[in-house]
Ligand binder design. Sequence first.
Ligand code: G3P
Ligand code: CA
Length: 228
Amino acid sequence: MNKMLNIGHRGAKGFEPENTLISFQTALDLNADGVEFDVHVCKSGELIVIHDFTVDRTTNGTGAVSDLTLSELKKLRINGSIEIPTLEEVLLLFNKKHFLNIELKGTHTAKLVCDCIEKNVQEDGFAYSNFIVSSFQRDELESVANYNAKIPLGILTQASVEQALEWAEEFSATAIHPHFSLLTTENVALALQKGYQIYTWTVNEFEDIQRVKEFGINGIITDFSDRI
Ligand code: G3P
Ligand code: CA
């Protein structure tokens, strides 16, 4: 098995405002192998890196991401001075040594993200294996599987490893991404035996990190990349 990957959750959420360029750079400075982040489509059609469906919690603005244009979103500030990044801006921080887990949080993100990955593979020196696209949303997963089967797909679950394995088979996914509390010796062995990679989240406490490492999984998504 390859090395277990240290993946910074929303960048380095334990240290910097989530899903920002400074958060992603900090994760790399803490020796993360890559990062996980969330994408939505805004009103003018660009892919925006933000967790929630609205800007209310993380910025000085209000409203749904899907009701705001890129130029309106760019006027908002996170923690007083930081802009919301686009997917394109985020990808500029990384290269073919890194692992990028793009979570399709918003609806209608699948095809746009696939197109962006395809461009990075064809023109910018990335391999498909630099990426994994994950989602809890069945429609988005199905859309990636149908649109570009070369892009590694990860099935997110907070509820059931068994259901994630069913969807993984249905959509020819590469991986399952279960919440760490769902992992057992038996379901990890079953998933690995079926040939799926396992990326678990969001593992922050030392005791939990030690426990999940012993399962022999492929990667840990954490707010604290310095702890892995
Ligand atoms: O991808 C794992 C994790 O990020 C899923 O939950 O709410 O942090 O996006 P959330
Ligand atoms: Ca996420």
